[in-house]
Design a protein around this ligand. Structure first.
Ligand code: FES
Length: 76
């Protein structure tokens, strides 16, 4: 199972992770990926300057676009 963590710290959240979270939730629901992708929120990881940050199996992605996220999701 892949684990995706979306930083929900205030800096990342207001700079785009609110939309990223909604995008990921929607992708998982529409593609019935609940059994293969675990979506979690996480607290600030002290890399706000790189944010908004998303972690996929502990690999950090900095301000990923929805197109990049889609490529990552389709490769899981
Ligand atoms: S708020 Fe996301 S890294 Fe700090």
């Amino acid at each position: 199972m892949a684990i995706i963590k979306v930083c929900l710290g205030s800096s990342c959240f207001v700079r785009g992770n609110d939309k990223t979270l909604a995008f990921l939730e929607d992708y998982i629901r529409r593609n019935n990926k609940n059994a293969t992708i675990e979506l979690l929120g996480c607290r600030c990881t002290n890399s706000c300057q790189d944010g908004p940050t998303v972690f996929v199996d502990d690999k950090k992605y900095c301000h990923p676009t929805q197109e990049e996220l889609l490529r990552i999701l389709e490769a899981l």
